[in-house]
Design a protein around this ligand. Structure first.
Ligand code: DGL
Length: 280
């Protein structure tokens, strides 16, 4: 069942949902934690399973077929195993490629993450918006459609920046962030025609809000960043409104390869309320 057919809170609560049924958040790596943080704020009692396909990281340099196969396969297995009440694909790359397909096949409400072009178009004063995403995201027809619908009278400059995914993963692992990679991505946008007038930047990859401080330093003053995490959390809260929550076990972070063992990584996951770490 697609989330849009699961339309009213009344319908959701009337469905007799197990109070211990988790919300499943899915990303290729740590990026989806930016969405999880917002979900925690709105739904502190919600049991959560955070699943990272780190065996497939990065998604952004893969083909559409590779990404769609991984996402559909993993979400199919995980929904059977964990019986979540709702799935959130906390990844722009996976959502812009596979959201429609997984909604067709999985009988659970699915919330996706797509580039926040609409709010950026409303915010920009100069009319020039930068969009930083993965290489796979920026070439999607989904993004063309968002641009056409919400930013047809704006200039949208897109850049696929795989180095930022790496930098965000490193930052959350407590490693030194490669500021040159961040400055390089910013320069690429700035030297595009009209790039000097960018005043609003869409962070179209869930990893990138983790680098907002560094990106802000690289862009300089007068640039605002927009991403979808808070809006996604509101959508999840709306779709689960009226449902009961009961956390019977610690919230889990599950990985498809090498669950992090370093103390720093475990502590970082614990800061997001993920106290149980394991393999999928
Ligand atoms: N966090 C993911 C996104 O929002 C992608 C990172 C990657 O695996 O390349 O697009």
């Amino acid at each position: 069942m697609a989330s849009d057919t699961f339309s009213t809170p009344q319908a959701a609560s009337a469905a007799g949902i197990d109070p211990a049924a988790p919300i499943l958040l899915f990303d290729s790596g740590v990026g989806g934690l930016t969405v999880l943080a917002e979900v925690r704020t709105l739904l502190p009692d919600a049991p959560i399973i955070y699943a990272a396909d780190n065996a497939g990281l990065p998604y952004g340099t893969k083909t559409e077929a590779q990404i769609a196969a991984r996402v559909a396969g993993l979400l199919g297995r995980m929904t059977e195993r964990f019986r979540p009440r709702l799935v959130c694909i906390a990844c722009n790359t996976a959502s812009t490629i596979a959201l429609g397909m997984v909604r067709e096949v999985l009988e659970v409400p699915i919330v996706g993450t797509v580039p926040a072009i609409k709010p950026a178009a409303a915010l920009t004063k100069t009319g020039v918006i930068g969009l930083l995403g993965t290489e796979a995201t920026i070439r999607q027809a989904y993004v063309d459609r968002l641009e056409h619908e919400f930013a047809a009278d704006r200039i949208l400059l897109r850049h696929g920046a795989p180095g930022l995914v790496e930098a965000a993963e490193a930052k959350l692992s407590g490693e030194v962030v490669d500021f040159a990679a961040i400055a390089g991505a910013v320069d690429t946008l700035r030297i595009m025609p009209h790039g000097e007038r960018i005043d609003t930047v869409v962070l179209a990859c869930t990893h990138f809000p983790l680098l907002e401080e560094e990106l802000s330093r690289a862009f300089g003053p007068g640039v605002r960043f927009v991403h979808g995490a808070a809006g996604i959390a509101r959508q999840i809260a709306r779709l689960t409104s009226g449902q009961e929550w009961s956390r019977l076990q610690p919230d889990r972070a599950l990985f498809t390869q090498h669950a992090p063992v370093a103390r720093g990584n475990r502590e970082m996951l614990a800061r997001y309320g993920l106290d149980d770490v394991g393999m999928l």
